[in-house]
Design a protein around this ligand. Structure first.
Ligand SMILES: C[S@@+](CC[C@H](N)C(=O)[O-])C[C@H]1O[C@@H](n2cnc3c(N)ncnc32)[C@H](O)[C@@H]1O
Length: 886
């Protein structure tokens, strides 16, 4: 047995290379703990030269390797070598060998020598620290466990190499067939290849396998650590085909090679060539994973079986399709492209309510195709969800918080909605002839910060801003109520319109709010047919003679809006404590009437009312008011007790004085100006009609018409003059106090009666600021309006207030008046005074007027009697008023 000393050359191949490899025991320990893992490994360790050098050198190399004594690195080799050394060992040669620690500890192994190179005795070496690397690496326990009489590690790591490295334990059952050159681990070459001595590799318990007729005893020596491939059985040694002579020659040539190795030196095993492929295996969870085995598809099989059960093939179906295996298609999630509601049955038609174009657009959706089976049992919520998505309807609250009003209100009969004014008959021509609207041109001087608020000149003058007269722009302007109303109601709908007709208990139809309105917010426009007074008379006497309700509103230029065919605003009832007000505005140069919210906000469901300022014309036409407010006057007009009989001219004088002093009388038309907005009026013109149409005074019963009553009717039309005058005695100055931001007052004194048309044309100038009222058709009204005071004064400022006296009526707020129509013959009295003169009076300047301001006209409209009365003193007073006016 040769004991090989460690060689430094080994350090180059060892994983413990470097200086540490100089330590013999370190090398031993490390090598023992990490032996070669394959033939290639072991052979590479042992004989690199055998692989890379010519065969001739191999023999030499092996001869050197198996020198019985190699003094190297201070170790004495075993003297029991079978063959003597053949020459001095070349230290340059890779003398590879391993020394087992056990072998070192054995007394049979090397002993210290006296050679100089062997001064480093074993004892000295032992004095140095020894590291058990196998313990440190945790592999010292390998090969110690046993199972079924074998080392577990060996069995587990048994590989081809393990088998082929047949050691001395390989025994033939038949001794005659024993091959002396059998590859034995005990043999020197085995030791050379593995680097392990026979003593080291001697197993404690041998284990054998049968290969053919041979029994191969396996070495329990742990030989391979990495490869775990199938066990390769080496082929039995073949007998040499050489003849005796040739064999002899060959043996002579190979005399330097041990005889037992000569037959094997040509084998790959001897040369350490491993031509077997390296097997890569995969283990998972401690189990070998066969890469060629099909993956388990247990679930798919179950699914397929279910599918087969669910949809059995009909018997009558031809076997062609049935025999075909089901085509496995990749399941596509429908909801990815179509949404979660796709592929469901619908209990209702989702197309219901859609237009033809929409149906056509959605027709291609397979989800909407009619399904064979409809699940009628409590459909899931997604059905309703898809329907809502298609129909575009939002969610619905359990109750309507926006419009809690109960539906089902009866619709009024014989009513056609008309959202725009329409001229009837001569109204258009007369309207166009009137040049007054052209005079009202002004631009506001607001800034964007102001936003055309309360200080806006246009707003004060009841002019709506537009692109022609606004200095701010639509984005900041807040004085565009009519434009916003149009924008709001353009799309229609209950909430946007904001109002609806209701049926009241005792007042016929009415209007209530469908939404909330802010204070002074525009609600709806009062529109209808614009007719002249003559047309109004005709309708009242003929068309509406049997009606109980009238929808006539004095509008502008003495024209009347007949809302019998008009907007929904005509259904607004009267209240003595109203929540709305009817105001006339100039929008784009044209007057328009609209209902605005009052000073308080309006809640949903509130009935909308305004003060009619109703003129019943006479006491017997007074209607009972059913508004139910605490301050109800009891009648639609003024209280009956305030209806006073016509007073003599003396009273008229007093009344005129009183009015000029600024006192307010309250008569039948006292409602004028009381319920209107606080917005002051603008651009008043005091106009004395130059050519007032003269009508004959009524005869007979008409003569009995009280002058005061007639005067009151007239006052209604012009009662909104925002002039507070202070009348004093003759010679004293009468002051125009509260013409808000007006500078010019055009006083038109009428000296005589003019033709009705002309009268209308001129009088309408004053209606810019007038209270609106529903005009009573009838002779008295017409007569009263057209009878102008015969004053001789050049300037008369009067709006006959209550009690018939000519009055400078403070009318900051426009008021609305309803006049009870009366069926009287039209008689026009002749004016007592032919004097007529238009005087322009310039008052306090109006900001932003640019020096050119035309003010509203205040008309003096009086009955002949009243006018004649007033012309005595009032004329003087009025003269005083305007005496200072240039
Ligand atoms: C402009 S309509 C109003 C709508 C009317 N309620 C209808 O059903 O057509 C005016 C008429 O309504 C009635 N009316 C309005 N307000 C009233 C009130 N407070 N008291 C009694 N009747 C009223 C009167 O008959 C009046 O002539």
């Amino acid at each position: 047995m040769a004991t090989l000393s460690p060689a430094r050359a080994l350090s180059a191949e060892s994983s413990f290379g470097g200086p540490a490899a100089a330590d013999t025991f370190d090398v031993i320990a490390s090598l023992s703990s990490t032996p070669p893992t394959s033939i290639a490994d072991s052979s590479s360790i042992t004989t690199d030269a055998a692989v890379t050098t010519p065969k001739a050198e191999i023999a030499t190399t092996h001869a050197n390797l198996f020198e019985p004594k190699i003094a190297h690195d201070g170790f004495e080799l075993d003297a029991t070598a079978t063959e003597p050394p053949q020459g001095t060992p070349d230290p340059a040669l890779p003398t590879i060998g391993l020394v087992d620690p056990i072998a070192h500890s054995s007394p049979t192994h090397s002993t210290p020598t006296t050679t100089p190179r062997a001064q480093r005795t074993r004892r000295n070496r032992l004095s140095e620290p020894i590291y058990n690397l196998s313990k440190l690496s945790g592999t010292d326990g390998h090969g110690k466990r046993r199972s079924k009489g074998d080392l577990v590690s060996n069995r587990r790591r048994r590989t081809t190499t393990a088998i082929t490295r047949l050691g001395p334990d390989v025994e033939a059952e038949d001794s005659a067939d024993e091959d002396p050159y059998a590859f034995s681990e005990d043999s020197p070459r085995s030791a050379m290849r593995s680097g392990i001595t026979s003593a080291e590799t001697t197993p404690k318990k041998q284990r054998s396998i049968k290969v053919g007729a041979k029994k191969i005893i396996l070495s329990p020596k742990r030989t391979l650590t990495r490869s775990a491939g199938p066990i390769a059985i080496p082929a039995p040694a073949k007998p040499s085909k050489l003849g005796k002579r040739s064999r002899g020659v060959f043996e002579e040539e190979q005399s330097s090679v041990p005889r037992e190795l000569r037959r094997l030196q040509d084998t790959k095993e001897f040369q350490g060539i491993d031509d077997k492929p390296v097997l890569h295996t995969v283990w998972a969870n401690g189990k070998f994973v066969d890469p060629n085995a099909p993956p388990p598809r247990k679930k798919a099989k179950v699914k397929e079986s279910k599918k087969v059960v669910k949809e059995p093939e009909p018997i009558s179906t031809p076997a062609t399709e049935a025999d075909l295996p089901p085509v496995k298609t990749r399941r596509v999630k429908k909801w990815l492209p179509f949404g979660l509601y796709a592929g469901q049955d619908y209990p209702v038609d989702p197309m219901k309510g859609l237009t033809a174009a929409e149906k056509k657009a959605f027709a291609h959706l397979p989800e909407l195709a009619p399904s064979e089976k409809i699940n009628t049992v409590l459909p899931p919520p997604q059905f309703a969800g898809l329907r809502l998505l298609i129909q575009g309807r939002g969610f619905q609250l359990p109750f309507d918080v926006c419009n809690p009003l109960p539906p089902g209100q009866p619709k009024p009969k014989d009513w056609r909605n008309q959202t725009k004014n329409r001229f009837i008959g001569d109204a258009r021509a007369i309207w166009k002839k009137t040049p007054h609207l052209q005079d009202y041109q002004s631009n506001c001087v607001c800034t964007p910060e102001d936003g055309c608020g309360e200080s806006c000149q246009n707003r004060i003058m009841l002019y709506e801003c537009d692109h022609t007269n606004c200095n701010v722009g639509i984005e900041h302007c807040q004085n565009r109520a009519f434009a916003r109303l149009t924008e709001r109601t353009k799309a229609g709908g209950k909430y946007r319109v904001g109002v609806e007709v209701i049926k009241t208990d005792d007042r016929g139809h009415g209007i209530r709010a469908n939404r909330c309105f802010e204070p002074n917010q525009i609600i709806m426009e009062y529109t209808g047919e614009i007719i002249t007074e003559e047309e109004c008379d005709r309708r009242m006497n003929e068309k509406y003679k049997d009606n109980e309700c009238y929808y006539l509103m004095l509008f502008d230029q003495n024209m009347i809006i007949d809302a019998t065919t008009g907007s929904i605003a005509r259904f607004v009832n009267h209240s003595c404590k109203p929540n709305c007000q009817m105001i006339k505005w100039i929008v784009s140069g044209q007057p328009r009437m609209a209902l605005f919210a009052g000073d308080k906000p309006i809640q949903t469901g509130d009935e909308l009312t305004y003060d009619y300022n109703f003129d019943p014309f006479s006491a017997k036409n007074v209607q009972k008011c059913l508004c139910g407010s605490e301050n109800c006057r009891g009648v639609l007009g003024p209280k009956p007790k305030e209806i006073k009989p016509p007073k003599p001219s003396q009273e008229l004088k007093k009344g005129a004085k009183k009015t000029l002093k600024g006192t307010k009388g309250r008569g039948l038309v006292s409602g004028s100006g009381e319920k209107g907005p606080k917005t002051p009026l603008k651009k008043r013109k005091i106009k004395t009609p130059a050519k007032v149409q003269t009508k004959k005074a009524p005869k007979g019963p008409i003569k009995t018409i009280k002058a005061a009553t007639a005067a009151m009717m007239v006052k209604k039309t012009v009662s909104t003059i925002s002039v507070k005058s202070k009348a004093k005695t003759a010679g004293r100055k009468t002051k125009v106090a509260t013409i808000r931001k007006t500078s010019v007052v055009k006083a038109v004194a009428k000296g005589k009666q003019a033709s009705p048309k002309k009268t209308a044309a001129k009088k309408t100038v004053a209606t810019k600021t007038s209270n609106t009222m529903i005009v009573a058709a009838g002779t008295e009204k017409s007569k009263a309006k057209k009878v102008v005071s015969p004053t001789k004064a050049k300037k008369v400022v009067s709006s006959t207030k209550a009690k018939g006296a000519g009055t400078l009526n403070k009318a900051k707020k426009p008021a609305t008046g309803l006049v009870k129509p009366r069926k009287l013959t039209t008689k026009v009295t002749k004016p007592t005074s032919p004097n007529k003169k238009v005087v322009k009076v310039k008052a306090a300047g109006v900001p932003g007027s640019r020096g050119r301001i035309t003010k509203p006209t205040i008309k003096l409209l009086q009955s002949p009697k009243a006018a004649s009365t007033i012309s005595v003193e009032a004329r003087a007073a009025l003269d005083a008023v305007f005496s200072n006016v240039p």
